[in-house]
Design a protein around this ligand. Structure first.
Ligand code: DON
Length: 305
């Protein structure tokens, strides 16, 4: 299987020249676009890696899955999905258009930026530090990594340039979706997106989801089966944004991408996969990462459909 991972990386490397790093976040623009790595963590706790699997990168939108789990645990399914929908948008991850043209004016799902910002406003805590602390502790527990923290430079870069996210947050504040102060919720969102991880961390997150909330390392239940089911379903329908349909046909694994270049995938009952390739396609998904997953899905027969 080690050879399969090496071959998947070789295959993916042929495509990375066609992509670019996320240019709208100045700190991400600087990242070396030639990196490509993968880790898998199987249901029995064994792991395999290849390529640039140990390079640190920011989790970006992959974090939306973890924030959603915490909000669901804090507020319950009914409350959360009253504020944010469950439908794919067919639009870019940072689009504002549907917020204005659809009624009720709620973000269509928790994976787009508007939805994720709304979800962050639902996380319980006395103040923003307490909320972030709860979120990072939850991340550490799921990823089995007590050293997880956020990258200060990327956080400040997003905070200084996140005008679109500010617009989205103000819009959903106006429509009564966002709870609390706009700037405080954005602060939590920017910090959450800037959490630094490597392929092994997100393979672990994928594996916990794949195992319906049970840690493949300790055998302990970390998240309920129902919450894992909700998150995996949203990963299939919205995890790759307006490329989710194509990804489902070509790869067929619940997955969530981030503009840092990561893709976290959960193969139900089998394994979690973490891929990193910072060169992105036009929709903001890792161009090499998708190819690595296409290769792996085909070679290892991982398509869930
Ligand atoms: O808010 C943003 O735009 C980024 N912090 C996260 C977006 C993202 O990762 C989209 N994923 N492909």
């Amino acid at each position: 299987m080690c050879e399969t991972l090496d071959n998947a990386i070789k295959y993916g490397l042929d495509f990375i020249n066609k992509g670019n790093t996320a240019s709208y976040i100045p700190e991400l623009r600087k990242v070396d676009p030639h990196q490509l790595g993968i880790s898998i963590l199987q249901s029995d706790g064994s792991s395999l890696s290849s390529g640039d699997y140990d390079r640190k990168f920011t989790i970006q939108s992959i974090s939306k899955t973890v924030a959603l789990m915490l909000a669901l645990m804090d507020r319950g399914q009914e409350y959360v999905f009253d504020k944010v929908g469950m439908e794919p948008t067919g639009d870019a991850f940072n689009s504002i258009i549907k917020l204005e043209i659809r009624q009720p004016s709620i973000p269509l799902n928790p994976m787009i930026n508007a939805g994720a910002i709304a979800i962050d406003s639902l996380i319980e805590g006395n103040d923003i530090n307490h909320k972030f602390n709860r979120l990072i502790c939850f991340f550490r527990k799921i990823c089995h990594n007590d050293s997880l923290w956020y990258n200060e430079k990327v956080y400040l870069s997003e905070k200084a340039t996140g005008f679109r996210n500010r617009a989205l947050a103000n819009f959903i504040k106006d429509s009564g979706v966002l709870e609390g102060e706009v700037e405080e919720v954005l602060d939590l969102y920017f910090k959450q997106c800037s959490i630094e991880i490597d392929c092994r961390d997100i393979a672990m997150l994928g594996a916990v989801l794949a195992m319906d909330g049970i840690s493949p390392i300790t055998g302990k239940t970390l998240i309920s089966k129902n919450i894992c089911r909700i998150v995996k379903t949203l990963m299939v329908t919205c995890g790759m944004y307006d490329a989710s349909g194509e990804f489902s046909i070509k790869v067929g694994i619940p997955a969530k991408s981030g503009v840092g270049g990561g893709i976290m995938a959960a193969v139900p009952g089998k394994m979690g996969i973490g891929v990193f390739g910072p060169a992105l396609d036009k929709k903001g998904n890792s161009i090499g990462g998708i190819k690595v997953l296409e290769y792996l899905s085909c070679e290892m027969d991982l398509n869930i459909f």
